[in-house]
Design a protein around this ligand. Structure first.
Ligand code: BGC
Length: 752
């Protein structure tokens, strides 16, 4: 069932629905098989929490989960990793190995006299779900027919407040359409499967539980990591407060009943005693303030959209898809400096909520141009996890800091060590945790990018410089000297099909950038704040000879040059590998992991490596080199990662390959809206959405961020990513907002 446009307005929701359809994601009808995918698409959140957009009433095939940023636990059972076919078996024995799924606080169970209103027991006659992106509110309308023919309509509007991150709100209308029989509403519903579905959780107790008049009050403790989480709710039925989770809805309550809920959550990440805190917080809310809470939420989103929105004039479907991605990205990250964004944000279990380079390299720039305080918080997460990065470097026998390929709470590496193919039982070692080192240089690149666009010297002095120094230190030690130069050996580049390789083009290029960024940062500090430079020298035991050595490694680091055909070798020996059979045009999946060892020894790429360089540094290659490398690598790349296509879109756009560029971009933009990787059920693809945004801004449109604000190259022939009259957007840079209006032929922009 495609996600289609529906006539909105046929039903009246208690909270208003935006009428402009390019702000709406709408779905009609019930398909239990696709339900997990829709739950990702209709997710709600605010960076603190993320809750999947499950049906209001429970169904068997669903994963109605709540995730809380930074709340991880020990691995308890085998969960899906990247795909349902693969499972992470033995992994690190880490207390923070998995982002914890909690039960959704937004589902309810309703019983008519003869049956529960679930698709199993009653007939779900109709279902409409509308996600209003502008107000970040999910509206649902369900009509159930009981086995005795009673029709009951359920209309709900729910949100996770962006203005008050601890609160969810729900407005529910229940209509006895053709009957006058009593109904029962259960807030926590049947819980027999709790242990199976939520194996990380133990139920807790607190004295606060006994004294509060709330409808629900749940305490949880997480396995291994001992986070405490308190969730409580208050409920108003037709204006009267009810303090029990099992609520009789007698006939005297009327044909149409309105139920309003406030649900609050606190964790031991916020305060020492979340149970008391949540109780106090909810007690202080008054029903009279509830409309105000909804309004504040809508205004907070309005403020976000004023900065982040992108409009494709004449192409509302593209505007809608872009808004969906910007909405989803915001769900995954707020201003908490101790968390970053996981590869699937707070919308699904895939990749166990781990933070990859997707965060710094793909997602951070999106925030940099609209919410620099959130962009900074990505980097502050890296600063706060320097401890783990230092331990990792030290385990490898090097000084400085090496960021984990996959990290969670402490910055220690939580990459699983092996994957098991469910169907065959084959065990495949995962070497990325040991060898995919480029993430360290990616973090340094993001620090430099942030400083370049904001000029935030306080950040550089207090945090950024330390990241740059410690990472430069690591690389200077990790580089091996031979054949008159320095080499980085034994790594995995962004193209994960090849391991144990030497002189990976992308890694070496980014390492050189990392060393340069560290040297430049020290020079900036010397010129602007010599005292803080002295402090840094002292605290990090940094000496002039050490910095001179970085300079020497930087200058003599091996950087592969284009061959006679203009092609840069992805890593030493890549050109000598045998070519794999050509990729069929409609092949969208990578070779099965069963061929994992085989893939290592052929010329086949999962995602770009050489092309990543001009994606991040557009001036890196001259036009001839860019063309030659795209022509060489594109046909041998199978886009096994969702991060691949946006990079191809960007480079094709730079080369003026309009049709190819648009195709790659459109697929990247809609990767989840149309479930194009087939795994949207496991969560939203953060990196792909960030990559599509960067492809648009920096490559299709040709905007560059600079010391004096953004610039638009008006001379360059421009390819727009779709057929539209113009693209309108704002970019925040150097403390100013710049408004752009760009068409194929012209472009104007101004700062205010
Ligand atoms: C990709 C990585 C990416 C990770 C998480 C992998 O399949 O190869 O580049 O960081 O997924 O999105």
């Amino acid at each position: 069932m495609p996600t289609t446009f529906l006539p909105v307005g046929a039903v009246v929701h208690p909270q208003r629905v935006t009428q402009d359809r390019s702000w709406l994601i709408e779905q009609e009808g019930f398909d239990p098989v696709r339900e997990p995918e829709f739950e990702t698409i209709f997710a709600l959140g605010n960076g603190y929490s993320g809750v999947r957009g499950a049906l209001l009433t429970k169904i068997a095939s669903s994963t109605p989960e709540l995730f809380l940023a930074g709340v991880y636990a020990k691995k308890t059972i085998v969960f899906p990793y990247a795909m349902t076919q693969e499972v992470v078996n033995a992994g690190v024995d880490d207390a923070f190995a998995q982002l914890v799924p909690f039960p959704s606080p937004l589902q309810v169970s309703i019983k008519s006299p003869s049956c529960w209103l679930t698709p199993n027991e009653a007939e779900l006659q109709s279902l409409d779900r509308v996600l209003d992106l502008h107000r970040a509110t999910l509206h649902q309308t369900l009509v159930y027919k009981s086995n005795q023919g009673q029709l009951t309509a359920l209309l709900s509007s729910s949100c996770a407040s962006l203005a008050e991150q601890h609160i969810f709100m729900q407005d529910l209308t229940i209509v006895r359409e053709n009957h006058e029989t009593p109904l029962v509403l259960e807030l926590n519903g049947p819980t027999e499967d709790f242990a199976l579905r939520y194996p990380h959780l133990r139920r807790g107790s607190s004295t606060a539980l006994a004294t509060t008049p709330f409808a629900t009050f749940d305490l949880f403790e997480t396995a291994g990591s001992q986070f405490h989480v308190a969730l409580a709710s208050r409920l108003l039925l037709n204006g009267e407060e009810i303090s029990t989770p099992n609520i009789e809805l007698p006939v005297s309550a009327g044909r149409t009943m309105r139920i309003r809920r406030m649900i609050a959550v606190y964790t031991s990440r916020d305060c020492p005693d979340p149970a008391t805190q949540v109780a106090e917080y909810l007690t202080h809310q008054t029903w009279g303030d509830l409309d105000g809470l909804w309004k504040n939420h809508a205004e907070a989103w309005q403020a976000y959209w004023e900065k982040a929105d992108i409009c494709f004039l004449g192409a509302p479907d593209v505007t809608q898809a872009q808004r969906f991605n910007l909405y989803q990205l915001r769900l995954g990250k707020g201003c908490d400096d101790r968390v970053s964004i996981g590869a699937r944000a707070l919308t699904g279990r895939s990749y166990e909520g781990h933070v990859f380079w997707d965060a710094d390299t793909y997602a951070m720039p999106v925030f940099l141009c609209s919410q620099p305080q959130i962009a900074k918080s990505f980097l502050m997460y890296r600063f706060h996890t320097l401890g783990g990065a230092r331990r990792r470097a030290s385990t490898m026998g090097h000084p400085g800091a090496c960021f984990a390929w996959e990290s969670s709470v402490t910055g220690d590496d939580v990459t699983p060590r092996q994957i098991v193919i469910k169907s065959s039982g084959e065990v495949i070692p995962v070497l990325t945790g040991e060898q995919q080192l480029h993430v360290t240089a990616d973090v340094a690149f993001a620090v430099r990018q942030y400083f370049h666009a904001t000029g935030d010297i306080e950040f550089l002095q207090a945090y950024g410089a330390e990241i740059l120094v410690e990472t430069a230190r690591f690389w200077a030690s990790r580089a091996n000297f031979r054949d008159q130069g320095y080499h980085i050996d034994g790594v995995i580049g962004p193209d994960e099909y090849h391991f144990g390789i030497n002189d990976d083009a992308y890694t070496n290029w980014l390492v050189r950038e990392n060393l340069a960024a560290a040297i430049d940062a020290l020079a900036v500090m010397k010129a602007t704040a010599p005292e803080s430079l002295d402090k840094l020298h002292h605290s990090l035991n940094l000496t002039r000879p050490e910095v001179d050595r970085w300079d020497e490694v930087k200058t003599r680091l091996f950087i592969p040059r284009p061959n006679a055909q203009g092609v840069i070798e992805q890593f030493a020996g890549f050109f000598d590998l045998p070519q794999m059979p050509p990729i069929e045009p409609d092949q969208t999946t990578r070779p099965p992991l069963l061929n994992w060892l085989g893939v290592n020894s052929v010329r086949r790429c999962k995602q770009p490596d050489v092309l990543m360089i001009p994606f991040l540094i557009p001036s890196a290659f001259d036009p001839g080199t860019l063309r030659a490398n795209f022509a060489y690598y594109e046909p041998i790349t199978d886009h096994g990662s969702s991060l691949s296509r946006p990079v191809h879109a960007a480079i094709a756009a730079r080369l003026g390959l309009a049709e190819k560029a648009r195709e790659y971009w459109s697929t990247s933009l809609r990767i989840d809206l149309e479930n194009l990787m087939g795994n949207t059920a496991l969560g939203f693809h953060v990196g792909c959405a960030g990559g599509a945004w960067q492809a648009l801004i920096f490559h299709f449109l040709g905007i560059t961020l600079g010391n004096d604000g953004p610039t638009l190259d008006l001379q360059r022939p421009r390819t727009l990513p779709c057929s539209c009259q113009a693209v309108q957007l704002k970019i925040f840079c150097q403390n100013k907002t710049w408004t752009f209006n760009i068409s194929n032929l012209s472009g104007d922009y101004r700062g205010e």
